[in-house]
Design a protein around this ligand. Structure first.
Ligand SMILES: O=C(O)c1ccccc1NCC(=O)[C@H](O)[C@H](O)COP(=O)(O)O
Length: 223
C-alpha cells in the first residue's frame, strides 16, 4: 500500500454550510455527512440536506456519506447524496459488504470497533479502508471516547488496507495519536464541536493543523 507523505484529516458530522466552509478553509481532506442512522445524534441530517451541502464542496476535497442504512438501500442513498465515498457503520456481514462494494460506484470505508480485531481482518478483504473507532453497542460512532492506540497500531501493522483512526480525537491529542498509530488518516466528530452538531471553527483549524503536521517540527496549535 502506498502511504501519503502526511496524515489526512476527515471532519465528520457536518450539518450546515458555514461549518463546511470552515473545514475546507482549515485544509481538511474529507468531509463526512451522517444520513440514515438509527441512533439519536445531533450530527444526523437528511439525504436532501446532505446533497445540498455536498454540491457546494470544492474540487479536491473528498465527501463521505456516513450511514447505517440497510446495505441494499445504500446505493440509492449514495446516488441521492452524491459523495465520493461511503462509510458504513454497524452490523453488516463481510459478505453483505462485499456485495455492496460490487454495487457501489464509490470507495467503501467500513467502521470497526478497536476492540474487535477479528472483524477488522474480515472486513479488510472487501473494504477500501477501515475506520478504527470506539463505537457504541450498535456500531455507531461519535462517542467521543478514545481507545488503546498502541493496540490499534499493532492491528494496523497486520492489515494491508488504509486505516483511519477515530474515537475521542481532539486538537490536543491528535498529534500524539498520529505519532503512535501512524494511520493513513484521522477522523473527528464531537472533538471539534462548539455544541452538538455545530463545529468550532478554531478547533477545526487546530485539529487539521496538528494532525497533518504531527511529524514536522511545527508547534502544536491550541483551539
Ligand atoms: O457522529 C455520530 O454521531 C455518528 C453516529 C452514528 C454513526 C456514525 C457517527 N459518526 C461517525 C464518525 O465518523 C465519527 O467522526 C467518529 O465516530 C468519531 O467520533 P468522535 O469520537 O466524536 O470524534
Amino acid at each position: 500500500m502506498t502511504m501519503p507523505a502526511r496524515t489526512r484529516a476527515k471532519v465528520c458530522g457536518l450539518t450546515n454550510a458555514d461549518d463546511v466552509a470552515a473545514a475546507v478553509e482549515a485544509g481538511v481532506d474529507a468531509l463526512g455527512f451522517i444520513v440514515d442512522v438509527p441512533v439519536d445524534t445531533p450530527r444526523e441530517i437528511d439525504a436532501e440536506r446532505a446533497a445540498t451541502l455536498v454540491a457546494d464542496v470544492p474540487p479536491f476535497v473528498s465527501t463521505v456519506l456516513v450511514t447505517m442504512a440497510e446495505p441494499d438501500d445504500i446505493p440509492t442513498l449514495h446516488e441521492t447524496v452524491g459523495t465520493d465515498a461511503v462509510q458504513v457503520h454497524g452490523d453488516v456481514t463481510p459478505e453483505a459488504l462485499d456485495a455492496l462494494a460490487a454495487d457501489l460506484d464509490a470507495s467503501l470505508v467500513k467502521t470497526v470497533d478497536a476492540t474487535d480485531p477479528e472483524s477488522a481482518h474480515a472486513y479488510a478483504e472487501c473494504a477500501d479502508a477501515l475506520l478504527v473507532d470506539s463505537t457504541d453497542a450498535s456500531g455507531a460512532g461519535g462517542t467521543g471516547r478514545t481507545h488503546d492506540w498502541t493496540a490499534t497500531r499493532d492491528l494496523a501493522a497486520g492489515l494491508d488496507v488504509p486505516i483511519v483512526l477515530a474515537g475521542g480525537l481532539t486538537p490536543s491529542n491528535v498529534a500524539e495519536a498520529v505519532r503512535t498509530v501512524e494511520p493513513y488518516a484521522v477522523d473527528v466528530a464531537s472533538g471539534v464541536e462548539a455544541e452538538g452538531g455545530v463545529k468550532d471553527r478554531d478547533a477545526v483549524r487546530a485539529f487539521v493543523g496538528n494532525a497533518t503536521n504531527a511529524f514536522d517540527e511545527v508547534e502544536e496549535v491550541s483551539a
